[in-house]
Design a protein around this ligand. Structure first.
Ligand SMILES: Cc1cc2nc3c(=O)[nH]c(=O)nc-3n(C[C@H](O)[C@H](O)[C@H](O)COP(=O)(O)OP(=O)(O)OC[C@H]3O[C@@H](n4cnc5c(N)ncnc54)[C@H](O)[C@@H]3O)c2cc1C
Ligand code: SF4
Ligand code: SF4
Length: 377
């Protein structure tokens, strides 16, 4: 587990094009800021070790150590990862009307966690589709102001950093898999602090296959729609193969092949589709509009899901075996693609590899990936 400083964060991640704009390094100090969808360093800093480097999900993500620290078990390189249960889910009547991305399960769980007093606030991503803005929601109205997916990468964790610096609040976070990994890193690497940082009091993870560069997406869409009229975006499940952009008065379908070039290179080495480091993970439910897939991973997550069900925040149904198998296969596919891509770029190593590596895995998995990469070549 190697921690270096901000200069190395710049060279290994930002200048190498691996930054996914997660916000984990933003507002920890006066130097890193998020501006127009990009993370920028405002001043040089020569610290040899910094939280910015330690907590970035694109530096030194040691999957084996994280699995041991979070789940007390070896990293299982299979399917959706740690899972106590999985179900088809929808928000219950307690959440009420709203425009949700799927079944509103994320918003419902966030609201339930507040009502139960598990957290004082939940870090969410609000703002516009092309200008996602992190906020801390402390009531239902604030949660409802943030519904829907912004497919542009968002500096969500900056709001956590800002609020934690003020101290005293227990916070949940709605996080993409890379943001979940950044949070998990914090528990492992208490840089310059006496005790490990409590990364978050609850992590509600989102499924994610990729995000889009916000500036690139805005430039791409500018010739097709009036940007300020965009109301929502959606990526319906395969075989649709399109990004759906809804404005006040029209709906555009853009073939995904036309926007693939806007996916940051950091997404290509991402091995996690279903937010494996979260308490609960939520994604779309293929073939059933208005429903979500819900994976319960931790005891805390199970307590929240059970209480949310009891209090009318959640409706659950059994997930058909075929859906489960398909999801598990898709998650495994992304893991292997991400690890192989990292290996091809020299960014995958084992714990004892002295070189900087974006991702580290156990020796056995490393051997499997090297073999697969060799066969591909
Ligand atoms: C970039 C991205 C890619 C995704 N890719 C997939 C996928 O491939 N397959 C799949 O099944 N699901 C994917 N999802 C998740 C899916 O779009 C829904 O967010 C999820 O199913 C929850 O639906 P919901 O109705 O419960 O959400 P809602 O109740 O509407 O709540 C949505 C929540 O998402 C959060 N959010 C919005 N945009 C962002 C962002 N950019 N970063 C972090 N948090 C954000 C908001 O804080 C809000 O709380 C993706 C989400 C994002 C943000
Ligand atoms: S990936 Fe996140 S933590 Fe890493 S440099 Fe980019 S914004 Fe900072
Ligand atoms: S694909 Fe991975 S790195 Fe890219 S935005 Fe999604 S979770 Fe983050």
């Amino acid at each position: 587990m190697n921690t270096r400083g901000p200069r190395q964060l710049l060279s290994e991640v930002q200048q190498a094009g691996l930054c996914v704009g997660c916000g984990s390094c933003v507002e920890l100090c006066p130097y890193f800021r998020s501006h127009g969808g990009k993370t920028v360093m405002l001043h040089d800093c020569d610290l040899s070790e910094g939280r910015c480097h330690a907590w970035c999900p694109k530096t030194e993500l040691d999957l084996e150590s994280l699995a041991q620290a979070l789940w007390g078990e070896a990293y299982a390189p299979a399917g959706v990862g740690p899972c106590l249960s999985v179900a088809a889910a929808q928000a219950g009547p307690a959440l009420g009307e709203g425009v949700y991305q799927g079944g509103g399960v994320v918003s419902a769980l966030a609201a339930a966690a507040l009502e139960l007093g598990m957290v004082d606030g939940v870090v969410l991503t609000g703002g516009e589709a092309l200008e996602p803005t992190p906020i801390v929601a402390r009531n239902l109205a604030e949660i409802k102001a943030c519904t829907g997916s912004k497919f542009a990468a968002a500096p969500t964790l900056a709001a956590l950093n800002r609020t934690q610096a003020a101290g005293g609040e227990r916070l949940g976070v709605v996080a993409t898999p890379c943001q979940g990994a950044a949070l998990a890193q914090r528990g492992l690497k208490p840089v310059n602090q006496e005790a490990p940082t409590n990364p978050a009091d609850l992590v509600l993870g989102l499924f994610c296959n990729w995000a889009l560069d916000p500036r690139g997406l805005a430039a791409f869409l500018a010739s097709r729609v009036e940007l300020k009229r965009i109301r929502s975006m959606d990526i319906p499940p395969p075989p649709a193969g399109v990004l759906v952009v809804r404005t006040d008065h029209e709906t555009l379908e853009i073939p995904l092949d036309e926007i693939r070039g806007l996916v940051p290179p950091g997404c290509a080495i991402c091995p996690d589709m279903t937010s494996e480091w979260a308490d609960l993970s939520v994604g779309m439910f293929e073939g059933r509009p208005g429903w979500n897939t819900l994976i319960v991973r931790s005891e805390k997550g199970r307590d929240l899901a059970e209480a949310a069900l009891e209090r009318g925040w959640l409706v659950l149904e059994e997930m058909p075996k075929s859906n489960w198998e398909h999801l598990d296969g898709a998650a495994q596919g992304k893991r292997l693609r991400g690890l192989r891509a990292a290996n091809q770029q020299g960014l995958l190593g084992t714990a004892d590899d002295p070189e900087p590596k974006a991702l580290r895995v156990g020796a056995q998995l490393m051997a499997q990936i090297e073999k697969a990469t060799g066969e591909e070549a």
